[in-house]
Design a protein around this ligand. Structure first.
Ligand SMILES: [Zn+2]
Length: 381
C-alpha cells in the first residue's frame, strides 16, 4: 500500500498549512470545535490503555473465539460508559476449529456468533448522514494482536472518548466501528456494508486504521475531494512538527481485484522474522482492509497511511505481535487525527465527492496493492 503517488510530505504539509491560514488559522476564526477536540485529547489520553487491555489482558482475538467475544463485550461496555449508543451487530456464526483448523488455544469450539461493535454519536442536524471511523477487533492467534490491530481499536475508542469529552455536536452522525472477521476476508465489514446498504448513499466517508502502531501520517484521495479534505485536515497538519501529515491526490482510489473470496490462512505460528516469507504467507487471498467493501459500495473509504519507528512488517501476523510492540504516544496521536477527521467531515457543507471514486480500469492499480502483486514493501493487513 505504500507505493504510488506519494508526494513529498513537506510540500503537502506546506500546502495544508496554507489552506489552514486561508481557512482562518489557529484561533483566528477557526471552528472552535476543533480547539475543543484538541484540548480534550491533551487533557486525558486513554488510547494506549484501551489497546493494552485488548492485547495484554484479553490477548489473541481469533474470530469465533471466546476471547473475541469477551473483547466485543468489553469494547461495547467501554464505549457505552462514554455515553454513546452502542450495539453489537451480529453477522453470523464462525467456527475457527472448522474454518481455520484452530481448536485448542482460546476456547475455540464453535460455532460462536460474532459481532461488529457499533457506537454512534448522533448528528445534531443531519443524523441520517454518517461518517465512520473503524478498525478490526479480531486478530490472529500467534500473539496478542497488538499492532494488528489493538492499536487501531484503541485509537478508534479514544477518538470516541475525545469527541464526547470535547462536547462538540457534529452535524452528521459519527459511527465508531470495531469490525470482526477481518482476517478471514473482511467478513464483518462486508456484512456491515450489506446490512447498512440503505445508508451507503448517505455515508460521507469511512476511515480505517489498520497499518500497525505508528502514527497516522496521511491518506490518498481523489482530486474531486481536494478542497474538502484540505479543509478537514488543515488542523491535523498543524498539530505538531513531530507528526507530519500528507494528503495525496490521485485520479481514483484503488479497488483491489477480487481478493476477498478466500480467507487468508497464514500458517506461520512460529514465524518471527517479519520477512518476505511471512508476508507472502499472509498475502494469498487477503484484502487490504475493512475500507474495501465500502469502496465497492461507492463510498469514499480510506486506509490511513502510518509512518514511524515501529516495524509493522516484523510484528504483523507473527509471534512478535505482543503488547510491548505498541507505541503508546503514537496511538494517542492517531486517535486525535481520527477525531479531527471524523468531526471535520461531519461538519462539511455536503457529502464528500464521489465522482471518479475508483481509478479507471482499476484492478489493484493505485495506492493499494493487489494481493497478487504484493511485495515485502506492500503489507497486507
Ligand atoms: Zn489488520
Amino acid at each position: 500500500m505504500r507505493r504510488c503517488w506519494l508526494i513529498e510530505g513537506s510540500i503537502v504539509v506546506a500546502l495544508l498549512a496554507a489552506a489552514a491560514v486561508a481557512w482562518g488559522g489557529v484561533g483566528a476564526g477557526r471552528d472552535p470545535g476543533v480547539d475543543r477536540i484538541i484540548a480534550a485529547a491533551r487533557t486525558e489520553a486513554h488510547g494506549a490503555e484501551y489497546a493494552r487491555y485488548l492485547a495484554g489482558e484479553i490477548g489473541p482475538r481469533l474470530t469465533g473465539s471466546a476471547k473475541l467475544a469477551r473483547a466485543e463485550k468489553w469494547a461495547r461496555d467501554r464505549l457505552n460508559s462514554l455515553g454513546l449508543d452502542v450495539r453489537l451487530e451480529s453477522w453470523g456464526k464462525f467456527d475457527p476449529a472448522k474454518e481455520l483448523g484452530r481448536n485448542t488455544l482460546q476456547g475455540t469450539r464453535g460455532p460462536r456468533t460474532v459481532h461488529n461493535v457499533v457506537a454512534e454519536l448522533r448528528g445534531a442536524e443531519k443524523p441520517e448522514e454518517f461518517v465512520i471511523v473503524g478498525a478490526h477487533l479480531d486478530s490472529w492467534d500467534f500473539a496478542h494482536g497488538a499492532t494488528d490491530n489493538a492499536a487501531g481499536c484503541g485509537a478508534v475508542m479514544e477518538a470516541a472518548r475525545i469527541l464526547v469529552a470535547s462536547g462538540v455536536k457534529p452535524k452528521r452522525s459519527i459511527r465508531f466501528v470495531l469490525w470482526t472477521g477481518e482476517e478471514q476476508g473482511l467478513l464483518g465489514s462486508k456484512a456491515f456494508a450489506t446490512a447498512h446498504a440503505g445508508e451507503m448513499a448517505k455515508t460521507s466517508a469511512v476511515f480505517v486504521m489498520d497499518a500497525g502502531t505508528n502514527p497516522i501520517a496521511g491518506l490518498t484521495a481523489t482530486h474531486a475531494m481536494r478542497a474538502d479534505l484540505e479543509r478537514v485536515f488543515a488542523p491535523v497538519a498543524m498539530l505538531d512538527a513531530e507528526h507530519p501529515f500528507a494528503l495525496t491526490f490521485a485520479d481514483g482510489l484503488a479497488l483491489p481485484a477480487d481478493c476477498c473470496t478466500k480467507p487468508a490462512q497464514p500458517s506461520m505460528a512460529t514465524c518471527t522474522g517479519g520477512t518476505a516469507a511471512c508476508s507472502a504467507l499472509s498475502a494469498a487471498g487477503s484484502c487490504p482492509s475493512d475500507h474495501t467493501p465500502f469502496l465497492q459500495a461507492g463510498v469514499p473509504a480510506f486506509l490511513f497511511e502510518q509512518r514511524g519507528r515501529a516495524d509493522y512488517a516484523r510484528t504483523h501476523h507473527t509471534a512478535l505481535d505482543t503488547v510491548d510492540a505498541l507505541v503508546p504516544s503514537a496511538v494517542e496521536h492517531s486517535a486525535l487525527v481520527m477525531a479531527l477527521a471524523a468531526y471535520g467531515v461531519a461538519e462539511l457543507p455536503g457529502l464528500l465527492a464521489r465522482e471518479k471514486l475508483v481509478a479507471p480500469g482499476n484492478a489493484g492499480a493505485g495506492p493499494l496493492m493487489a494481493p497478487q502483486a504484493c511485495t515485502p514493501g506492500c503489507e497486507q493487513h
